[in-house]
Design a binder for this molecule. Structure first.
Ligand SMILES: Cc1cc2nc3c(=O)[nH]c(=O)nc-3n(C[C@H](O)[C@H](O)[C@H](O)COP(=O)(O)OP(=O)(O)OC[C@H]3O[C@@H](n4cnc5c(N)ncnc54)[C@H](O)[C@@H]3O)c2cc1C
Length: 347
């Protein structure tokens, strides 16, 4: 393992903004990680593939780029139709999903083509097309950064919610997720095809003949048609979370905007797609300087070329203020912004 000084992070995150890290190390072994932690350099920041971060200034400490690899299968002693799958946290998420499908294991197909590492997936409980990581994850192994101890956690104890977990809240920057454990089904797997355009992409395939592989292909085709490729246009996926509201507010908005889209959550609570709000407010395809809302998915803020992290942050703050003024919703970033206090707290 080599530790580098003053490294430009532009190639290590998908917004591609130019910022410096005081120290940088790529870690593929746990022992190297422990050595690094003992060196005492602070602060530390764990980076996967950088597809959910926005740097607004140089990082004054040590960036640990996670490159831990390896995966394996073993029978689930409690269920003959299930297999326990273990994966190291530096593996690419989509490559891992495709590998499980090659083993004829269902469960992760709706999460195909989400960028990033497996180790970052629990941080915001990645989700797409009606499935979240929390639906399939059983356990995690984490390294407690200040003690160097390895701990095993049950998924149920990680506080998973909509694009959130305790790793984003009270456990922020305390643990490095080292391994994930899934229980995936090898037979009679229940497919989730009701969300988005999956059904229409599956065409005339009768439900009883559908496979997890076909659902994965459908999800990949839909995602490729809608989302910008970060290799071409810097972005970090959806910039904001979808806001929640109560029934009265939703009904009042419906009177004003009869085409308002909303989804029931639990008692009297509704989710309103942030993309709908941005589109309605005229942000789709709109740019300020070198930053824009994407032309086909306004929720994706893009670096159209050479923007700084602060320009992207300013743009996002302007968009959020406009949505607040027009609809009363306070948009919350889904992207992890550095330093953490950079996003203005609301009133
Ligand atoms: C085009 C595009 C589409 C996307 N679509 C989706 C989508 O459909 N659904 C969805 O949920 N997300 C989506 N995302 C967001 C992103 O793919 C996920 O959040 C992903 O899990 C980030 O992985 P990463 O390795 O790039 O994490 P990074 O961006 O490197 O890190 C994200 C956060 O996790 C922390 N972290 C990273 N690794 C670890 C670890 N091993 N232990 C502890 N903390 C860690 C980091 O410190 C940081 O706070 C999309 C992003 C892009 C660019």
């Amino acid at each position: 393992m080599r530790v580098f000084k003053d490294v430009n992070l532009a190639n290590y995150h998908t917004f591609g903004v130019s910022v410096q890290s005081a120290w940088f190390a790529e870690v593929s072994r746990l022992t190297d990680l422990l050595t690094l932690l003992r060196s005492g350099v602070h602060p530390t920041l764990v980076l996967g593939e950088g597809s959910n971060v926005l740097f607004t200034r140089d990082f004054p400490g040590l960036v640990i780029k996670n490159a831990m690899s390896g995966k394996s299968l073993m029978p689930d002693p409690t269920d003959p139709h299930r297999v326990v799958v273990e994966v190291a946290s530096g593996e690419n998420w989509h490559a891992f999903v495709r590998w499980t499908l090659e083993q004829n294991l269902g469960g992760l197909e709706n999460l195909s083509l989400i960028p990033g590492t497996t180790g970052a997936a629990p941080v915001q409980n990645i989700g797409a097309y009606g499935v979240e990581l929390a639906d399939v994850l059983q356990e995690l192994e984490v390294l407690e950064l200040h003690t160097g101890k390895l701990l095993r956690l049950k998924a149920a104890d990680c506080g998973f919610g909509y694009r959130t977990s305790r790793f984003k809240g009270e456990w922020k920057d305390q643990f490095l997720i080292t391994r994930l454990f899934f229980a995936l089904s090898s037979q009679q797997h229940q497919l989730h095809t009701a969300y988005g355009d999956i059904e229409s992409h599956l065409g005339g395939i009768p439900p009883e003949q559908r496979t997890p592989q076909q659902v994965s292909e459908a999800v990949m085709a839909i995602r490729r048609s809608k989302l910008p490729d970060p290799a071409q246009l810097g972005n970090a996926g959806s910039f904001f979370k979808n806001p929640e509201t109560d029934r009265d507010t939703r009904d009042a908005l419906l009177k004003k905007y009869p085409d308002l889209v909303s989804f029931p959550l639990r008692e009297n609570r509704f989710k309103v797609p942030a993309a709908w709000l941005l589109d309605k407010a005229g942000w789709k395809g709109k740019s300020i300087g070198r930053v824009a809302c994407h032309t086909s998915q306004p929720l994706v803020i893009v670096n159209t070329g050479g923007a700084s992290g602060l320009e992207i942050l300013d743009f996002a703050v302007t968009v959020a203020a406009d949505i607040r003024e027009k609809f009363g919703f306070r948009l919350e970033p889904e992207v992890n912004i550095f330093p953490p206090g950079a996003w203005p707290e609301g009133d």
